[in-house]
Each structure stands twice: as C-alpha cells, then as structure tokens.
Write a protein that binds this ligand. Structure first.
Ligand code: AMP
Length: 185
C-alpha cells in the first residue's frame, strides 16, 4: 500500500503516520525528518535546504522531486510506504504520479488529510520545541500550507483518493476514523 499524509503544521501528521506505519507494517518516509537529518549532517541536500527550512519556506520543487526519486529507488520501499510531508505543491503531486509510473510502480492508494483549524495548528506547534516552531515561522508555514498545499486536495479528491480526517479529535478517535475510511480505498 502507498499512502500520503497531508495536513498543515501541527495537524498531527507525524504522530499518526508513525502509528499507521506500525499498524499497516509499511515503512515511513518522513520528508521533514529526512531534511532535518540532512541539515544536521550538512550533506549537499542539507546545505541547500537549510535556509528554506529555517525560514519556514518550501524547498524548491526541483530539489524535492529529485530527492524523492532517489529515496523511492531504495529497496526498503519497493513494496509500499507511507509518506509524510510530500507532496506539498500541485507540481510535486503530479510529479509523484509521473515518478511512480516511470519507476514501473503502482500509483498511490490514498491521501489522508488531517483537517485542523488555524488556531489548533498554532497552539500545537507552540507546544513543540522544533527550531522552525517560532511563532512568525509557524505563521509562514500555515500561510504556505493554504496557498500551496490545500489546492492539491482537489487533485486527490478528483481521483477519489482523498480521505479527510477530523484532526482535532482525540488521538484514538482520529485513528478509528482513519481505519474506517481506509476500508473504502
Ligand atoms: P515538516 O516536518 O513536514 O513540517 O517539514 C519541515 C520543513 O521542511 C518545511 O517547513 C519545509 O521547509 C521543508 N519541507 C518539507 N517537505 C517539503 C516539501 N514537500 N516541499 C518543500 N519543502 C518541504
């Protein structure tokens, strides 16, 4: 199974992604974590991504697309995966479909969208202690989420792949709702 997780900052993507991977026994590809690791290790990708991540801006599509291509070529993810943090733009969404086709792999099965209000997004981010969780940077990430990522919901809706989850419910209810909706894929 191939799933992607969509949601604004603080929507609970990371928490639910980890749980769902355990439940479905599929590997997790957390693009944000991979970028933070690359930055810590100061790899070529890390150096390129760092100024964007620190400011809450999106790393350019071309860089991300090539990075995801390299990741999906690795053998641990040949049978399925759950991807958190990618795609984040319409261009990335289209390119992901092209990439899977190009690699001779099946298309994604579903896109799980955690819907939360802006207020909840901000307060959850402020409770964490990530470097890009400063108030003005959170605000910028939320703005970009609405501008760049919300439009791709339609892309998956049109393909009947979108599962919208109320991300403001308690964690266990969110999990229940995910399992319910996965049955329809
Ligand atoms: P996340 O952990 O998913 O919130 O990602 C943290 C930061 O990494 C984002 O604020 C962006 O700067 C960068 N990033 C993660 N995924 C992407 C992506 N698909 N496209 C561009 N930038 C990304």
């Amino acid at each position: 199974m191939k799933l992607i997780i969509l949601g604004g900052p603080g929507a609970g993507k990371g928490t639910q992604a980890q749980w769902l991977c355990g439940y479905l026994q599929i590997p997790l590809i957390s693009i944000g974590d991979l970028l933070r690791e690359a930055i810590a290790a100061q790899t070529e990708l890390g150096q390129e991504a760092q100024p964007y991540v620190e400011k809450g801006e999106l790393v350019p599509d071309e860089t991300m697309i090539e990075f995801v291509r390299q990741r999906l070529l690795m053998s641990d993810v040949s049978d399925g995966w759950l991807m958190d943090g990618y795609p984040r733009t319409a261009f990335q969404a289209e390119e992901l479909d092209f990439l899977l086709d190009d690699l001779g792999q099946k298309p994604i099965d579903g896109a799980i969208y955690f819907k939360v209000s802006e207020k909840v997004s901000i307060s959850r981010c402020l409770e964490r202690s990530r470097q890009d969780d400063r108030r003005e940077i959170i605000q910028r990430r939320i703005e970009l989420f609405y501008q760049r990522t919300i439009p791709i919901l339609e892309y998956y809706e049109y393909r009947q792949k979108l599962l919208t989850i109320d991300g403001e419910q308690p964690v266990t209810q969110v999990q229940q709702q995910i399992l319910e909706k996965l049955k329809f894929l």
